[in-house]
Design a protein around this ligand. Structure first.
Ligand code: SF4
Length: 226
C-alpha cells in the first residue's frame, strides 16, 4: 500500500467486518449492490424524517409546521422526545460529524447529538424503530464511546472516562438505555477497533460467519456460502 494513502474507517465498515468478513467483502471489495426490503426502506424514511426534525429543533429552528405534517405514530415519538429528561440538559452538538486519528488510522463517523449535564458528557442516539435491543448495537456503542472520548479529551473537555456515557433514547418505548464508560472499557474498545483494522488490512481469506442471522443479511441471496 502507498504509505501516503490515508486509510479511513467508518463505523459501517468496521461493524460489517466484525459481523462477517464475507459480508464486508461483498460490500466493500466486490461492491455488490442489493436493494433493501421495501418495509425497511419505509421505516428508515420515517426515522429519517424524525431525525431531521429533532436536529432542526436542537439547532434552534422553528419546527412547528414540520411536526404538524407528521403522521400520528411519528407525532407520538416526537412527544416522547420533547418530554424526555433531555429537556433539562444542554445540547452542545447535533448531527455531529467527527474525524479522529487513532494510532496510524483515521476514524470517521457521526453521532445524533452530544449533551452536557453538570460536567458530564452524554452521547445521544435516537431509536425510532420497534423493539430496540442494545445487544444489536454493541459495536456502535464501542465506536461512539471510544471516538468521542478521544475527541473530548483532546479538546480538554473531560479528564476521565467516567465523565462520558451514551444514551439510547428508545422513542417508541419511551425509555432510555444508559451505557456508562470507564478505563477498562476504554482499553477494551480501543484494542477491539485496532484489531479489526489489522484484520481488514492483513486478511486475505475473507471467510464467512455463518449464523442463524444469515437469513436477515441483505447479502443472503448473493452470498457464495448459500
Ligand atoms: S449471508 Fe451470512 S455468511 Fe453470507 S455474507 Fe451474510 S452474514 Fe455473511
Amino acid at each position: 500500500m502507498n504509505e501516503e494513502q490515508i486509510q479511513v474507517y467508518t463505523l459501517n465498515k468496521l461493524q460489517m467486518y466484525d459481523e462477517c468478513p464475507q459480508k464486508y467483502k461483498l460490500c466493500y471489495i466486490d461492491k455488490v449492490h442489493v436493494i433493501e426490503n421495501i418495509q425497511k426502506l419505509k421505516a428508515s424514511k420515517s426515522g429519517t424524517n424524525l431525525h431531521n426534525i429533532i436536529n432542526s429543533y436542537l439547532k434552534g429552528m422553528d419546527v412547528q409546521k414540520l411536526v404538524a405534517a407528521l403522521n400520528p405514530n411519528e407525532k407520538l415519538l416526537w412527544h416522547n422526545f420533547k418530554n424526555s429528561e433531555l429537556k433539562n440538559m444542554h445540547c452542545l452538538e447535533s448531527e455531529y460529524t467527527f474525524n479522529l486519528k487513532l494510532d496510524n488510522y483515521w476514524l470517521t463517523g457521526r453521532i445524533d447529538a452530544l449533551f452536557e449535564n453538570s460536567g458530564s458528557y452524554i452521547i445521544l442516539d435516537w431509536k425510532t424503530g420497534e423493539k430496540f435491543n442494545p445487544e444489536q448495537v454493541k459495536f456502535q456503542t464501542t465506536f461512539y464511546l471510544l471516538c468521542m472520548y478521544e475527541i473530548l479529551k483532546a479538546k480538554n473537555y473531560i479528564e476521565n472516562t467516567t465523565q462520558l456515557s451514551l444514551y439510547y433514547m428508545d422513542l417508541a418505548a419511551n425509555s432510555c438505555v444508559k451505557i456508562h464508560f470507564d478505563d477498562d472499557l476504554y482499553i477494551k474498545y480501543k484494542n477491539q477497533i485496532l484489531e479489526i483494522i489489522n484484520k481488514i488490512n492483513n486478511s486475505k481469506n475473507l471467510f464467512c460467519n455463518k449464523t442463524d442471522k444469515c437469513k436477515l443479511c441483505k447479502y443472503y441471496r448473493v452470498c457464495p456460502y448459500y
